[in-house]
Design a protein around this ligand. Structure first.
Ligand code: ZN
Length: 297
């Protein structure tokens, strides 16, 4: 289990044991925090037929099926873009019968904020009148986008964020090479995203990034040249720039609205960069240009 999520998981397990667990839970936290892992562990606890204290036994039929990913009472809804109404209706239908293994039924909805309005409305009735022993676990890093009617019908749980030390220790176990501490600090709340990123082939590493930004600020490199060099990994590098700016805002001690708004622009730029036809150099160089302007003031 991820060390920073251990204690909320234990609390939920204890509430399940004393029959005080809400049937609809909304887990909130940034991407890369470990919400999916948390939901998986929680569903193992909810479905186990022979809990050992607050842990799944890992030996019962239910635990075996859960581990194999084929538990008939565990359902999941996810989508790359939007969660359509048919997906929700289908999931509700599966929940409506009695449990096949005579235990609980669990539905996990990943990125719950990507439910369309009709999907959310289709889910409402089930949230209001759940069938017995049914748990709906929703995950979201943008919970504010969920309909108020959904929000008011579930228990909201803001998952704790790892400390820098926890993130560092966890990454050390999972990644054999040394990681730049500044990079870990930037990803402190999203260590799983950093681990995934490290596993990808990288043409521009973190040292290239920091030295590039440094040269840009000193006027030794111009935004277009840098954007051209970084174009093949534009999406990742704009994300780094966003995290780097957020860190600067944090370290300044006082709120800087220009740094903040550039940071926000980096978030929107990442979305645009995902489109195949996006002009990467133009988008990236305009962000870098704005960064040089900030420093002149
Ligand atoms: Zn079990």
């Amino acid at each position: 289990m991820l060390p920073w999520l251990k204690s909320p998981l234990q609390q939920l397990a204890e509430r399940k044991l004393s029959n005080k667990l809400h049937h609809a839970l909304l887990m909130q936290g940034p991407q890369g925090l470990g919400k999916s892992e948390f939901a998986q562990q929680l569903s193992a606890i909810l479905l186990c037929n022979n809990l050992q204290g607050i842990r799944p036994c890992e030996n019962c039929h239910s635990c075996h099926l859960h581990k194999a990913g084929s538990h008939p009472d565990k359902h999941e809804v996810r989508s790359e873009k939007q969660i359509g109404v048919d997906q929700i209706r289908d999931a509700i239908k599966k929940l409506s019968g009695s449990a096949q293994l005579s235990g609980a039924k669990v539905l996990i909805i990943y990125q719950a904020h990507s439910m369309t309005e009709s999907s959310a409305n289709a889910l409402l009735k089930t949230l209001e009148e759940p069938t017995a022993n049914t748990y709906i676990v929703m995950l979201s890093h943008k919970a504010q986008q969920l309909l108020p009617t959904i929000l008011s019908r579930c228990e909201k749980l803001a998952l704790p964020l790892p400390t820098l030390e926890q993130a560092k220790a966890w990454l050390q176990v999972h990644w054999p090479e040394k990681i730049d501490e500044r990079l870990i600090a930037m990803y402190q709340h999203s260590p799983l995203s950093l681990l995934a990123e490290l596993g990808e082939e990288q043409s521009v590493g973190f040292t290239d990034f920091t030295s590039g930004i440094d040269a840009l600020i000193k006027g030794q490199l111009d935004p277009v040249t840098l954007a051209t060099n970084w174009q093949p990994e534009a999406e990742k590098l704009v994300r780094w720039l966003q995290f780097w700016l957020a860190k600067q805002v944090q370290e300044l001690g006082e709120f800087n609205d220009k740094l903040w708004s550039l940071q926000q622009r980096c978030i929107s730029a990442q979305k645009i960069l995902r489109n195949a036809g996006a002009n990467k150099i133009l988008i990236f160089s305009s962000l870098l240009n704005e960064l040089t302007q900030l420093n002149k003031q």
